[in-house]
Design a binder for this molecule. Structure first.
Ligand code: GTP
Ligand code: MG
Length: 283
């Protein structure tokens, strides 16, 4: 799929992160728990090299619990601090701050020896729509940052100060100029990290349908009352979904775009079920 996903403002955000880096103590990278591989931005890793880092597996309420547990194990084995969060309900966000304090413990102790009480400054980074602003709002206990269910909501950087003195820098979501593997772009698009306007929604839905039929067939069939989907191609599945939902246009044809949008929407909101697209075995 040939997509233009890297608008100019992302270059600007990268530069702004670079400029602020000197101030930053810890990086909290917000990943989408359904796609921890694809939502890990290699540019952010490179940009923040040398800074202590914590990974937040956000939107865990939408992901497959069994697979999320495997991811936690994976990060633990890799020596990466990680926690599981649902920033919409506020689950796991406090735990992430405990991890921040843990990685900062030595510095905090040194500061306190010198009689200093410096605020910890956290860079909150991640791909568009991962839930960065929601995470910050949950920690702040107020709607300080604008949130929206589409990518590209946050447009500028903003410091938000918590009651305990910790300061968080909210940043616009960024992608990177080239996806090495085209599946990365697809997985980001499934979850809504790439603007739908630039995607071929029908093709995207076909790819998702095939993937679900392979890994979550029971959920897919139960949701759309499908039968015998073994070996079906993506377009056959989407058409079948459209037929079952009665999305018929003039001449008895199936409204393929409508069925495509429904499938994507219902995957994104976990109406089909809690689904993870990527497992640690692929890492
Ligand atoms: N179910 C669920 N939804 C979430 C979670 N975190 C955020 N959301 C929703 O995801 C959407 C995007 O959230 P934002 O906080 O705006 O995401 P962002 O990373 O700041 O996005 P940009 O600023 O566009 O890069 C919103 O509709 C949120 O309500 C979560 O843990 N679970
Ligand atoms: Mg935001």
């Amino acid at each position: 799929m040939n997509i233009q996903w890297f608008p100019g403002h992302m270059t600007k955000t990268r530069r702004q992160i670079e400029e602020k880096l000197k101030l930053i103590d810890v990086v909290v990278e917000i990943l989408d728990a359904r796609i921890p591989l694809s939502s890990k931005n290699p540019d952010i890793t490179e940009l923040t090299k040398g800074k202590p880092r914590i990974v937040v597996l956000n939107k865990s309420d939408l992901a497959d619990e069994v697979i999320t547990k495997k991811w936690v194990e994976y990060y633990k084995n890799a020596g990466i601090m990680c926690c599981v969060a649902d920033s919409e309900k506020g689950k796991g966000v406090a735990e992430s701050i405990n991890l921040v304090k843990q990685v900062m413990a030595e510095k905090i102790a040194k500061d306190s020896d010198k009689g200093m009480n410096r605020a910890i400054k956290i860079l909150v980074a991640g791909v568009p729509n991962a839930g960065k602003s929601s995470y910050i709002n949950r920690l702040a206990g107020r709607a300080s940052a604008t949130v929206g269910d589409r990518p590209g909501v946050t447009r500028g950087q903003q410091w938000i100060r918590l009651k305990n003195g910790i300061e968080l820098l909210d940043t616009p979501g960024i992608l990177w100029p080239k996806f090495e593997d085209e599946r990365v772009g697809e997985h980001l698009a499934f979850t809504g990290a790439v603007k739908d306007e630039i995607m071929d929604i029908e093709l995207l839905a076909c790819k998702l349908a095939e993937l679900l039929n392979e890994n979550y067939r029971e959920l897919l069939c139960a949701r759309y009352k499908l039968e015998n989907t073994d070996g079906m191609q993506g377009y056959e599945l989407v058409e079948y979904i459209g037929k079952k939902r009665g999305f018929v246009i003039s001449g008895g044809e199936i409204d393929f775009l409508r069925a495509s949008n429904i499938l994507l929407d219902e995957f994104r909101s976990a109406k089909i079920g809690r689904i993870s697209i990527e497992t640690p075995e692929e890492a």
